[in-house]
Design a protein around this ligand. Structure first.
Ligand code: FES
Length: 150
């Protein structure tokens, strides 16, 4: 158990609370071993998985989606650089989508985003009679729907 780290050590290094680490473990996202006294001991490599989980959550993925992504990594050994590269390649388009979404949000914060509220004077002009709502739910312009715009 020389290479194993306590939950406090992992929490300190990852910046993630021990309670969150226990929760991740209960959801099967990370795994620990038990010491003779029954304390959790994590392999140091778990730090990369935790960083991935935190990043993925910031990207808006649910824990189920994150679990599905992590399941693509080899279970019987510590993932190597190639394993992580394979995983991150699939993420490029997702990250680009998110960037575009945030740019639209930034650009549209003071304008009509097609959410159906019609509460701003500007919206009355940009989304008359909630035309945007005919294309589906949600803030239509913000999610990139151009078909219903003006
Ligand atoms: S901001 Fe809601 S409909 Fe325009």
């Amino acid at each position: 158990m020389d290479n194993l780290v306590t939950i406090q050590g992992i929490a300190r290094r990852s910046g993630v609370a021990a309670s969150a680490l226990r929760f991740y473990e209960s959801r099967g996202l990370i795994r620990s071993e038990r010491s003779r006294a029954g304390h959790r001991r994590f392999p140091r490599a778990v730090l990369r998985r935790i960083a991935f989980i935190v990043f993925a959550q910031r990207m808006g993925l649910s824990l189920d989606e994150i679990a599905a992504e992590l399941a693509k990594l080899p279970a019987q050994r510590t993932p190597n650089g190639r394993d992580w590269a394979r995983l991150s390649r699939a993420w490029t388009s997702r990250i680009e989508e998110r960037i575009a979404e945030l740019q639209r949000l930034k650009a549209g914060l003071t304008e009509c985003i097609g959410c159906g509220c019609l509460s701003l004077e500007r919206c009355q002009f940009a989304n008359p009679a909630d035309r945007a709502g005919r294309s589906g739910p949600g803030p239509r312009y913000w999610i990139g729907d151009r078909t219903s715009k003006r």
